[in-house]
Design a protein around this ligand. Structure first.
Ligand code: GLV
Length: 317
C-alpha cells in the first residue's frame, strides 16, 4: 500500500488521481491547519509522497527524515518552490514537482488587475466610499495614471511574464522585458536599472529564492519614475517591502499593487499604512478552475511516481 501525505485540504476534485486502489491518503485528517515541523518530520518517513502547499516548509530535517524511510517525491501545489530545500531533496534522491503552466493565465490576470487597480487608486477610493468619506463627485478626486498606452516593464520573462505581455498589447502598451538570459525578442532590456527607469508600470514575474531577494531594493525604487506603478505577483522577498513602503509614503513612487509579501501572512506595518497601495492576500492563481488544476498537477505527479513513471513537471536537478 502506498501512503501519501496531503498536508492541507485541496480544492474539490484535486485528489482524484490518488483516489485509487493501493493508495492511502494520509492528511486531510489534520484539517486545514498547517502541520508543525515536528509533525512533518514524524510523518515524512512513513509516506511515499508529500503533497504540500507553498506555506509548508520542507526543509533539510523533513527531507532527511523522509529519506530514512520511503519518501520519493515532494509535490508542491504551486509553481514557485522556494519553500522546499530542493537541493537537499535531489541529493537524497527525492524528486520535487511543481505546477508549471496551469496557472499562467490566472496569475497574469491578477497582475493586470493590480496594474489597473493601483494605477487608478481603486483601494483608496473604495475605502473612502465605504468609510463615508466621499462627499460628492469631484473633478480632482482620485486621479490616477493611465494604463492604456503606458510603457510596461516586465521583469522575468517566463510563461507568466509572457502571458502578461500578451494582455498588455490589448491596452496598446509599449512592452519592455528583462530576464537573466536574453530573450532575443523585441523589447528585451539587458539592464534592469534601465527597465526600471523607462517603465511606467513594472510587473515582477521572477522566481523567488536567494537569487532574486530584494531585486527591487531602495536603489532601484529610486530609479523608477515618481509616476511609476510597481506590481508584484511573484514572491514577496523579490521586493524590499520596507523600502517600498517608504517610497510610497514619500511619494517617490505613484502606486503599488502587491499580492505577495516578505513574511506572509505578516505585512510590513508601513506598507499597510502606505497610500496608493492595493494589497491582496496572495490570490494570484486563485480561480476555482486553476486551483483545482494545480492540485491535479501535483497529485498527478505523485500518481505517476507511484506507478514508476517520471512526471513531466519535475524540477530539474
Ligand atoms: C503561487 O504563488 C505559486 O507559486 O503557485
Amino acid at each position: 500500500m502506498h501512503r501519501v501525505l496531503v498536508t492541507r485540504e485541496l480544492p474539490s476534485g484535486g485528489l482524484a488521481p490518488l483516489e485509487i486502489d493501493g493508495v492511502e491518503i494520509v492528511g486531510p485528517r489534520f484539517g486545514d491547519v498547517a502541520l508543525t515541523p515536528q509533525e512533518m518530520i514524524a510523518e515524512a518517513p512513513n509516506v511515499d509522497a508529500i503533497v504540500c502547499l507553498l506555506t509548508d516548509r520542507i526543509d533539510e530535517a523533513v527531507l532527511r527524515s523522509g529519506a530514512a524511510g520511503r519518501l520519493k517525491i515532494i509535490a508542491n501545489v504551486a509553481v514557485g518552490y522556494d519553500n522546499i530545500d530542493w537541493n537537499t531533496a535531489h541529493s537524497l534522491g527525492i524528486v520535487v514537482s511543481n505546477t508549471p503552466g496551469v496557472l499562467d493565465e490566472t496569475t497574469a490576470d491578477t497582475a493586470v488587475l493590480l496594474m489597473l487597480a493601483a494605477s487608478r487608486l481603486a483601494s483608496d477610493a473604495e475605502a473612502d466610499l465605504r468609510g463615508g468619506r466621499w462627499p460628492a463627485w469631484g473633478i480632482n478626486q482620485y486621479l490616477g495614471m493611465d494604463v492604456y498606452g503606458a510603457t510596461l516593464g516586465i521583469v522575468g520573462y517566463g510563461r507568466i511574464g509572457r502571458a502578461v505581455a500578451r494582455r498588455a498589447t490589448g491596452f496598446d502598451m509599449n512592452v519592455l522585458h528583462h530576464s537573466r538570459t536574453p530573450s532575443g525578442e523585441p523589447g528585451y532590456i539587458a539592464d534592469l536599472d534601465e527597465l526600471c527607469a523607462r517603465s511606467d508600470i513594472i510587473s515582477l514575474h521572477t522566481p523567488g529564492g536567494a537569487a532574486t531577494r530584494h531585486l527591487i531594493d531602495a536603489r532601484r525604487l529610486a530609479l523608477m519614475k515618481p509616476t511609476a506603478v510597481l506590481v508584484n505577483t511573484a514572491r514577496g522577498p523579490v521586493v524590499d517591502e520596507a523600502a517600498l513602503a517608504e517610497a510610497l509614503h514619500a511619494g517617490h513612487l505613484f502606486a503599488a499593487g502587491i499580492d505577495v509579501y516578505e513574511h506572509e501572512p505578516q505585512v510590513h506595518e508601513r506598507l499597510l499604512s502606505a497610500p496608493r497601495a492595493v494589497l491582496l492576500p496572495h490570490i494570484g492563481s486563485g480561480s476555482l478552475a486553476t486551483r483545482r488544476n494545480m492540485a491535479l498537477a501535483a497529485t498527478g505527479a505523485v500518481a505517476a511516481v507511484l506507478r514508476g513513471e517520471t512526471p513531466t513537471n519535475l524540477i530539474a536537478r
